[in-house]
Design a protein around this ligand. Structure first.
Ligand code: IMP
Ligand code: MG
Length: 179
């Protein structure tokens, strides 16, 4: 039995990422000291495809964060930070790349943490926004696409560590989700 329904095709993802890259290229064209901060694990695939289309010098770093227990997003926000990341963010123009804006708790926590590092600027690029009332309101400078209030998988997004490799975004059947 099929456990998933495709919501966003590979083709549509490609189109959206090309569009986001063009927006980011325009915004950062004349800026120096730009650093992409990729939020792992979810944004890994998205960031790879996005970053190769950027046409200005950019440093790339990673931050591991997770904030969901099973499918109930936002239980706690756990961060795993590289050595001296705080120092390396100082004075830089930070572009945060994340997979999905759901409750907004993860991004809100991360943005506060990044701000404490005194960067020059912070902007956010998020592939998906779930159509739910967010707990935390966050400005997404470069938004990708909206998805309905269902549990989505694929293109980096997982359920219990699975499905990240799917080349599209799908809805995971509720009966597949054991809470
Ligand atoms: P938020 O803090 O609720 O906005 O959710 C943040 C993180 O939870 C995201 O970056 C994802 O890694 C994960 N997440 C939220 N919703 C989903 C979903 O529908 N599928 C898979 N992961 C999700
Ligand atoms: Mg994430």
């Amino acid at each position: 039995m099929e456990h998933k329904r495709i919501l966003i095709s590979t083709e549509k993802l490609k189109e959206t990422i090309a569009y986001l890259a063009s927006q980011i290229n325009a915004a950062y064209a004349t800026m120096e000291n730009v650093m992409a901060l990729v939020i792992l694990e979810g944004a890994k695939y998205f960031a790879e495809d996005l970053l190769e289309q950027l046409s200005f010098p950019i440093e790339i770093d990673y931050l591991k964060a997770s904030s969901y227990c099973g499918t109930a997003s936002g239980c706690t926000v756990a961060m795993n930070v590289n050595d001296n990341l705080h120092e390396r963010l100082k004075g830089k123009n930070i572009l945060v790349i994340d997979d999905i804006y759901d409750t907004g708790r993860t991004l809100s926590t991360l943005l506060k943490w990044i701000k404490d590092s005194n960067p020059q600027s912070i902007k956010t690029c998020v592939l998906l926004e779930k159509e739910v009332p967010h707990d935390k309101n966050i400005t997404i400078d470069f938004p990708g696409m909206k998805v309905p209030d269902v549990f989505v998988i694929g293109y980096g997004l997982d359920f219990d560590g699975q499905y990240r490799e799917l080349p599209f975004i799908a809805e995971l059947a509720p009966e597949r989700i054991k809470e």
